[in-house]
Design a protein around this ligand. Structure first.
Ligand code: FO1
Length: 315
């Protein structure tokens, strides 16, 4: 079964790890948000690509869900002595990834080629595609001014009130090589439990992406990142409310309406089932909270069991 999963950072990566354990190597493709990429210290940093890659490689820091387990911060400490503000924590081993990616990009390689080179070096069998090779930046209009997404998330600790979200460069962006093909060829497309506004949102905004999903919504499953009215990780709940949307499984279902045929919610939100069904979804209620590795694999297998009959068999 060919599966393509759209993912942002930590929540999406947990599900990807479960899917990778439940599928034969090579059957899974991840299409990853690059709107939160940032240039710091002269380096091109792609946090979501790295979170996905490190998670699938078994190298991610389990405490944070980002960065490398056991990494040290000697370079960052030295940069601070040199007068740099060390608000974005780049570990020494992690820095090698950013040096490698930046070097490849400066030599004329694409972001896709850099991402592929990094995942192969870390022995990751899952195909990891950036949403686009063109530069897209998620910028927020807030009560503290215009902020890059990482400035909002990390430097400002999600304290500013978000008024508007913009994906700069999105009009000129094209889906990266293989992205539309991976969606078209998939028996199942999964919108992971990532922040809908800033992790999945930029992927959906790449010209052609939403149309590709819409035309095969019967094979698209979305997993709610909101459980009991709260995001499990990150500021999804707060941002949804600030953007005038409901911070609930139902609110996210409205956001994905028409793109996915099936919507998966947590047992805690079972009461919202009729309202979500009224939007036209097939609704599946299960345990979506992924704490252990077993949780990730079990949820992944439940999602795989929801795939419509393979197209060849239906023909
Ligand atoms: N998140 C933080 O909360 N603080 C950090 O200092 C930080 C550094 C960082 C470095 C590399 C990387 O790949 C991710 C990093 N993240 C950090 C996570 C990142 O800000 C976000 O969680 C994602 O961009 C959202 O998916």
């Amino acid at each position: 079964m060919r599966v393509t999963a759209l993912a942002g950072g930590v929540g999406g990566s947990k599900l990807l790890l479960g899917l990778a354990r439940a599928l034969p190597p090579g059957d899974l493709t991840a299409v990853v948000n690059t709107g939160d990429d940032i240039e710091l210290h002269g380096l091109w940093i792609s946090p979501d690509l790295d979170i996905v890659t490190y998670t699938l490689a078994g190298a991610v820091n389990p405490q944070t869900g980002w960065g490398i387990q056991g990494d040290t911060f000697r370079v960052l400490d030295s940069l601070e002595r040199l007068g740099h503000e060390p608000w974005f924590h780049l570990g020494d081993v992690d820095l090698a990834t950013h040096l490698h990616r930046t070097g490849m990009l400066r030599s004329g390689a694409t972001l896709s080629q850099a991402a592929d080179s990094i995942r192969r070096a870390l022995d990751v069998a899952v195909r990891i595609l950036p949403m686009s090779d063109q530069k897209v930046r998620t910028m927020l209009a807030t009560d503290r001014g215009r902020l890059h997404l990482q400035e909002y998330l990390v430097r400002e600790r999600t304290e500013p009130v978000v008024r508007e979200i913009a994906f700069e460069g999105i009009e000129a962006a094209r889906p990266a090589p293989g992205v539309l093909e991976a969606i078209d060829a998939a028996d199942l497309v999964i919108l992971g439990p990532s922040n809908p506004l800033i992790s999945i949102g930029p992927i959906l905004a790449v010209p052609g992406l939403s149309e590709a999903l819409r035309s095969r919504a019967d094979r698209v499953i979305a997993v709610s990142p909101i459980v009991g009215g709260r995001s499990l990780k990150g500021p999804s709940d707060k941002m949804l409310a600030q953007m005038g949307r409901e911070a609930s499984a139902l609110g996210v279902a409205k956001f994905y309406a028409g793109l996915a045929g099936t919507y998966v919610i947590d047992n805690a939100d079972a009461a919202q089932r009729p309202a979500i069904e009224a939007l036209g979804y097939r609704v599946v209620v299960t345990r979506t909270v992924m704490t252990t590795l077993e949780d990730k694999e079990r949820l992944a297998r439940e999602l795989l069991a929801l795939a419509p009959v393979a197209r060849d068999a239906r023909a």
